[in-house]
Design a protein around this ligand. Structure first.
Ligand SMILES: [Zn+2]
Length: 262
């Protein structure tokens, strides 16, 4: 079934700072991606903002195009994937949070394979999961976890959460700023957000680019390639104070940031 309109809605300004001086920066090929669908254009055009230097795709997918893409799920995004190995990885992520928040409610946005949520539960947090993949939420509900298949930005429980994690999620959102503002609303005072995503500001990224072997320019589900410094500024501009930087064990060249609600 062919798409009835272009797959992407084009950005007319920078999705982070709103500046209209945006220009093409790089092309990527997503046609080899596991969840590529032939109705989606194979070339991804990445733009750069002249004002804040953020790098993002030229547009985000329509609901119709999203349905095509979300009709396939990558193995590592299915609940239960490598359950035991992922438990150890998730535990090391949680250990980074414990010095700042060690109890209370933990919302995981974009549960993926569920490991972070299961392990946060094991560490004694009251966990709530959010995901757009209904199959994953159905499994969590069957296992008696509180979990919702909805856009978390419509979830209304202000000040309820000690921790909100977005592990490899922010780069999938067309507009990260309103998402961060809602995370801020949902957190209690002193609450922590845990954010992981690729970092374009390191030697590994540069070498991958030089070798024309950087998978992130063809990552069909991503709309953004953040640098560490742009993410830190974005957090500061939206009511958070970045607390610590570390690298991620889950995906290549990713960073993990903890930030506290100011
Ligand atoms: Zn900008």
């Amino acid at each position: 079934m062919a798409l009835t309109s272009p797959a992407r809605i084009l950005y007319t300004s920078c999705p982070l700072c709103g500046h209209t001086s945006i220009a093409p920066f790089k092309k990527g090929d997503c046609s080899k991606h596991h969840i590529y669908h032939p109705d989606i254009p194979p070339v991804m055009t990445w733009m750069k903002c002249a004002d804040c230097e953020h790098v993002f795709t030229d547009g985000y997918f329509t609901d119709e195009a999203c349905k095509l893409i979300f009709s396939k799920t990558q193995e590592n995004q299915m609940v239960g994937y490598q359950l035991e190995a992922q438990r150890a990885v998730s535990a090391r992520m949680i250990e980074k949070v414990l010095p700042y928040q060690s109890s209370g409610a933990w919302m995981d946005i974009g549960i993926g394979n569920g490991s972070l949520l299961f392990t946060a539960d094991e560490y004694g947090f009251d966990v709530v999961g959010m995901d757009l993949r209904k199959d994953n939420i159905d499994i969590l509900n069957r296992l008696n976890y509180e979990a919702y298949c909805m856009d978390f930005q419509t979830f209304d429980r202000p000040g309820a959460f000690s921790v909100i994690s977005m592990a490899d999620v922010l780069e999938h959102m067309p507009f990260p700023v309103p998402a961060l503002k809602h995370v801020h609303t949902l957190l209690k005072d002193g609450g922590i957000t845990f954010i992981s995503l690729p970092n374009s500001e390191n030697v590994v990224w540069r070498i991958m680019d030089e070798n024309n072997a950087n998978p992130y320019w063809g990552e069909i589900e991503h709309y953004h390639n953040f640098s560490r410094s742009r993410l830190f500024k974005l957090l500061s501009d939206n009511g958070f104070e970045p607390l610590r930087y570390s690298i991620s064990e889950r995906y290549r060249v990713c960073m993990e940031i903890l930030a506290v609600k100011k």
